[in-house]
Design a protein around this ligand. Sequence first.
Ligand SMILES: [Zn+2]
Length: 486
Amino acid sequence: MERKLLRRFYEVLILLRVLNQVQGHRISGHVHEDGNLELLERIDIRRRVMVHLCTMCDYKKGGATVTSIAMEELPAGPRYWIASHGRHNKIKLFLTETLQSLENRALSSAPERGSEAFEKELFERFTSFQGLRIKQYWKLLLQCLESELKRVTLTSNGSGRYEEYTTWLQSFIQCSQDESSLSRLPQLAYSARHSPFLQVGFDPITMQPTAVESQFRKDIRHYIGRLSALRRAAHLLTFASASQPNLFIGFTTQQRKSDAFPSRPQLSSLPTLDGIAGRMLSETRSNSAEFQSALQLLDNRMSLMTRVKEYYEGNDWQPRVHAELVLLEAIFDRKYIFPDGDRYIACSKPACFCCYHYICNHPGSFARPPSHNKIYPNWQPPQVDSKKANENIQQRDVMNALIREVRKAVIEQVMNPNLRFPWHPDSSSGITRSLGRVDILTQLDEPEAHETGYGHSREPSAGEQSSQSIECSSGEESEDGGVPLT
Ligand SMILES: [Zn+2]
């Protein structure tokens, strides 16, 4: 890819990261709505199978093992394409063994029998593989439980459900204190996931609706949701192995590795504030004088360019291709048949800001992914075959569209410096408000990422910002800290 294009991209991406990492609320992914009920359920279950497999493969917090899966329809059975940020062999082996076990069950004469024992076996497999992540969640959960207990003890007068709530917190703390019982934690979390004390939008003491929830409680809900994902995955996959055996019978796997730069992108020189503003405004119709003076004001107040320079020169800036884009470019332009024409690529994490806009602007018409809408400067465009001129032109167009999105966000941020969105973890908890519908799928698995509706919402929700959020949420799933610098 042209160096000039990369320079124009990174200068605004890093500036946007310095201005604000969170670019809005979560965005839900595309949901199929056309077709008969049978088709919609088949697509929905297949997508869930893929997402749960990705989530179980991603065994470490922090981004190093993020995994993506796409499914190709072949006459002999499905081919699972897999890409991960690292630990490629370990993850591929785990996926293959898990699929093997699901295939064996799908091939058995009465797969619906013995589902409890199979689900238990699968759950144990996941608990063992996810040991590291469980330990990471356990430490964070314990910290939040203790802080929440302290908070209610200091702020409550003992009325309402105070006794009950503190007993519930204490019982969880006791269960979480013994490191040797870590393997029991996912089951405990799963059993607790419907507790009234985790109900969204309710005060746990008065049980009355509230707009302002304790951040510790939000984080407890999040970690309990993440921990119960193991059991939910075992449940859904057990069901799918009996109800949709064609997802597993005759499967093969195909791996693609992330083709990261051997070192950071080589940029000829560091950008200047005037240079960035000039390049941005030459392609937009913004009021340039107003924008430039607002940008200068922010630089004076927040040392923007000093922080941009720190990114360029620091050791943490090591861009890599995110897993879903490794697969996207690997399968694009091949004679690849998506089952039911569903051009879906699953990932263990919602897409970041750049992946989301890259996928939405790609000519491959891939399904719009859910997004956590956050900026990661350690993002790199996927490599395309340099000998194929049409692929290079297509990618240049996608990158230009992405640059326009980043610039738009920079302008919005500079012209509205008080615009702030509540920090949220990259992954959703999987515990949501009741959607008011009961069907087979909601009984199987509580859907994720339907909390905030569709499309970009750039208005922060009232009362969600908390000064405590950084204290307890820091680092969750983030590649570079997760805490806004501003
Ligand atoms: Zn990404």
